[in-house]
Design a protein around this ligand. Structure first.
Ligand code: F0G
Length: 463
């Protein structure tokens, strides 16, 4: 049965609520100035609807909360670790598992285990923390995503796909021996939450096997990617999301996971691999950076909630409502004529700040400025995904100038209702109506790594 043309509804009812508070425009102006025009530096108490991220912001189920009470807080060999290991083997199919405090903990370890100085790591677009760890281990990231991913107006359905021609070119230049692995994200965050197709992954698997190169899977939003395959890729409509997730994982050699997204927990992650040698080396490193290999920086109760969340995350009804809510907001904005990245991604709606504010040059940080305007209008907190997030060129020290200059409206899982989506859309529309009056920003403080988290700005005086 096709699921395309019937309405979705949340497959749960609400048992507990958390009040939200509105602020006045004057309060928001003060808060934004104190935060240096960086939405990451706002206090959450000053935020009305929080679309900063879908990371660690999900609502857990009653079962997950019950699972917290079953935490076995032994230092070593906690029963919850074995539940987590079982869930990962069952739903994802990877053999060896190491918990980490969150995704970047796993990225650090896999980068240190596999990358040597001078190596090149091709991937379907960079992700901020992933790239930093690759660089800290001595590697360089090479973008091999299809060109469509860099064009916010292209409606190509699988913008997360790899261009095998680009991968071949990297091999021709550096040699397969300098490529420890290809890094594949499901779905691609920086492209706007865009999926990779099964056909592309299968072709990549065949190609990399031929060249003796691993595929390491950033599986942070794998269930959402699987749902897009079910919706859009021929031959998959009647398969379950769980089945597609398992096939995606089977086409890769190992994975890093930020369980704070798909897996519906507020903290947690893991590293998984099918290779004993990689596991052994990672197990040596995890005790330095995270904790013993059976807890990796997590409490036993956190591992239990993650094990339960993994099962819930691959449920067809859950994922249909989750992505359906994102599409609802996206379609409302499209109908209002707001420039957004097409197609709508799985975990948020991305405003095209270059098209929204064509009068603000990229080095005046249009997406950063737009995020602060939306907050000033309504207290809705969004985030920049553009020149600030892209950081500086390792060699020249100049800003990287990404094609995509975006503001991300990220939807937490199971947290907000359709009425919230309406309020958000109305706020973006109001800001769009007075877009000519919006001015750019000036960078006043810049941290060395991942500058978007802590950078500070001031408003440029309008001409
Ligand atoms: N990979 C992807 C695709 C991510 O989206 C994130 C986090 C990570 C890795 C790192 O995981 O935060 O658990 O250490 N993304 C968050 C976001 C921060 O808001 O997009 P982490």
């Amino acid at each position: 049965m096709s699921t395309k043309h019937t309405s979705w509804a949340e497959p749960y009812k609400i048992k507990m609520v958390e009040p939200l508070f509105m602020t006045t425009r004057a309060q928001r102006e003060k808060a934004m100035e104190e935060a240096g025009y960086n939405t990451f530096l706002l206090k959450s108490e000053d935020v009305y609807i929080d679309l900063l991220t879908d990371s660690g912001t999900s609502a857990m189920s009653d079962r997950q909360w019950a699972g917290l009470m079953l935490g076995d807080e032994a230092y070593a060999g906690s029963r919850n670790f074995y539940h987590l290991e079982e869930a990962i083997q069952r739903y994802y199919g990877y053999k060896y598992v190491i918990p980490t405090h969150q995704g970047r903990g796993a990225e650090n370890i896999i980068s240190q285990v596999l990358i040597k100085p001078g190596d090149v790591v091709p991937g379907n677009m960079y992700f901020t923390t992933t790239k930093v760890h690759q660089e800290l281990a001595g590697g360089t990231f090479a973008d091999i995503i299809v060109d469509e991913a860099h064009d916010p107006r292209s409606t190509f359905p699988f913008k997360g796909n790899v261009d095998l021609g680009k991968l071949q070119a990297v091999i021709n230049t550096y040699g397969a021996k300098s490529i420890p692995y290809v890094s594949i994200a499901t779905t691609v965050n920086m492209a706007g939450g865009q999926p990779i197709s099964l056909a592309n992954l299968r072709a990549l698997r065949e190609f990399t096997t031929k060249h003796g190169i691993r595929v390491i899977h950033d599986m942070t939003r794998v269930a959402e990617n699987a749902y897009m395959i079910k919706l859009l890729e021929e031959g998959n409509a009647d398969r379950s999301v769980a089945e597609i997730v398992k096939e995606i994982c089977s086409l890769t050699d190992g994975a890093t996971m930020s369980a704070k997204k798909d897996a519906l927990v507020n903290i947690g992650g893991f590293l998984a691999t099918n290779e004993w040698d990689v596991y052994e080396e990672a197990r040596n490193l995890v005790v330095i950076y995270e904790g013993l290999h059976t807890y990796g920086g997590l409490a036993g109760r956190d591992m239990e909630a993650m094990a339960i969340g993994i099962g819930e995350s691959v449920d067809d009804d859950h994922i249909r409502a989750r992505v359906g809510q994102v599409f609802y907001l996206g379609n409302k904005l499209i109908d209002a004529g707001i420039p957004v990245v097409l197609p709508i991604g799985t975990f948020g709606v991305f405003l095209d700040a270059k098209a929204f504010l064509p009068h603000v040059p990229q080095d005046h940080f249009p997406a950063q400025a737009l995020a602060s305007e939306i907050y000033l209008d309504s207290g809705v907190r969004t985030m920049e995904r553009g020149i600030v997030s892209a950081g500086r060129d390792k060699k020249t020290g100049d800003h990287c100038y990404p094609e995509l200059e975006l503001v991300r409206l990220t939807i937490p899982r199971r947290v907000y209702t359709q009425a919230h989506m309406d309020v958000i859309a109305e706020s973006v529309q109001r800001v769009f109506e007075h877009r000519d009056r919006i001015v750019g920003l000036n960078l006043t403080y810049e941290p060395k790594y991942l500058r978007f988290f802590q950078a500070r700005f001031e408003k440029l005086i309008s001409a």
